[in-house]
Design a protein around this ligand. Structure first.
Ligand code: ATP
Ligand code: MG
Length: 394
């Protein structure tokens, strides 16, 4: 990977100039440099600086304390776009889960605390100089994820790095350097100490970005992460054919977890996913997966039954079978016409039924019976017709 000049956006240059003219160092660092060298799309460059967070806050008119605990100040540019400016740090104490950081570090020290060589490069946006003390560019060439420094020690400092190594390997289709991999496997019991939230974030990000989900799952299984956090993955076989290219929109972590695991609700609970995410998984499991047949009546009944889960069920079916299900044609037509599918779509209400002399639980039962008729034949959904039908049911 030959180093070359990067095109740095004017907004980032402005921030760097301001820091440097106040006597501080300002470098572009981290994953965006890696992505730029790989010619992958990426967001704007993060900046690392010798200025302390308070000094950054003083220097810029509009800032937000996005990660002030970790020394990160968000600087808003004229278009109110946020740029992360983080003070050079050193880890002074680590326990496998969190780090106590100290400022006053040099760029070299800041790079040394980063996880992998490909994430530990720096570029000076004004002088157009590279710093690559751990040969990250060579590892990009070799398509290799390699820990900075002693891998066993680096994983002991923060066990999440085990899952990060796998995420980057699966995202770029890189191998993991043998010594780094051995250390990751040996350290994997430490993954138990992580919070469910951090593990979930890594799992979700990995599902969104992995080039091959099979490779991702195999790495989780072989490193020992699956056994601890998602043993459901241990029986999984390959199915990448059916998967869309990694793109955040097409890669839904809830759907993919449901595709991979028989009991996705239990997995998502364990990973402390949101109630909305757990609810989606529950609806997917509940199904039914598909309508009883392809005719419009059956498809309407299916839509009525699965309600908000219809699109997720269709997406899951598509992932499983590598193409859209044959009933999506009917679904599209039903939706385009706006066929009634729920009680509230009926042209008659509970109070109408009351006026007809119905009361108590009979009201609900009658509405259910009317909806049943309307699902068969949407043309019945007219007030007069339904009133007449309701009368006949009294
Ligand atoms: P992406 O944002 O695309 O997932 P990234 O490399 O930018 O990848 P971030 O989590 O945004 O990853 O972190 C930014 C940088 O901070 C990383 O490139 C790495 O240098 C450093 N870093 C992040 N997490 C850790 C960690 N747990 N241990 C050591 N360094 C880390
Ligand atoms: Mg990032």
């Amino acid at each position: 990977m030959s180093f070359h000049d990067l095109e740095i956006p004017e907004t980032v240059l402005d921030i760097a100039r301001k820091l440097e003219s106040a006597g501080f160092e300002a470098w572009c660092v981290g994953g965006n440099l890696r992505d730029a060298l790989l010619k992958h799309p990426h967001s704007d460059y993060d900046i690392a600086t010798s200025a302390k967070p308070e000094q950054v806050q003083k220097l810029f008119a509009r800032t937000v304390g996005v990660g002030i605990k970790y020394g990160t100040v968000g600087v808003l540019d004229r278009s109110r776009v946020l740029h992360e400016v983080t003070t050079f740090r050193q880890d002074v104490a680590t326990d496998g889960r969190h780090a106590v950081v100290a400022y006053g570090a040099s760029l070299e020290e800041d790079l040394a605390r980063r996880d992998f060589t490909i994430n530990a490069m720096a570029y000076h946006p004004l002088r157009r100089e590279w710093r690559d003390p751990f040969d990250g560019a060579a590892d990009l060439d070799a398509r290799m994820v390699r820990a900075v420094g002693n891998p066993a020690q680096r994983f002991r400092e923060d066990y999440l790095r085990i899952l990060r190594a796998i995420r980057f390997a699966a995202r770029f289709d890189f191998t993991i350097d043998p010594a780094t991999w051995e250390a990751a496997r040996a350290a994997s019991p430490g993954l138990r100490q992580l919070s469910a939230e951090r593990v979930r974030d890594e799992w979700f990000k990995s599902l969104r970005t992995a080039r091959s989900i099979t490779q991702l799952v195999m790495l989780w299984v072989h490193v020992g992460a699956a056994g601890i956090w998602i043993p459901e993955l241990e029986g999984v076989e390959g199915f990448d054919n059916a998967l869309p290219d990694p793109s955040p929109a097409a890669r839904d972590p809830v759907l993919l977890t449901a595709l991979l695991c028989r009991a996705p609700v239990a997995v998502l609970r364990r990973l402390k996913a949101s109630n909305a995410e757990i609810g989606r998984a529950a609806a997917l499991v509940k199904g039914p997966e598909e309508p009883s047949s392809l005719d419009q009546q059956s498809v309407r009944r299916w839509l009525a039954e699965v309600d908000a889960a219809a699109d997720d069920l269709i997406a899951l079916w598509s992932l499983r079978h590598g193409g859209e299900p044959p009933w999506t044609v009917a679904v599209t037509e039903i939706r385009r016409r706006g066929d009634p599918l729920t009680r509230s779509d009926l042209a008659i209400t509970g109070s109408d039924l009351k006026a007809l002399g119905t009361s108590g639980p009979r009201i609900g039962e009658t509405l259910a019976a009317l909806l049943d008729r309307v699902l068969d034949d949407p043309a019945l959904n007219k007030r007069d017709t339904l009133v007449a039908l309701a009368r006949s049911m009294l």
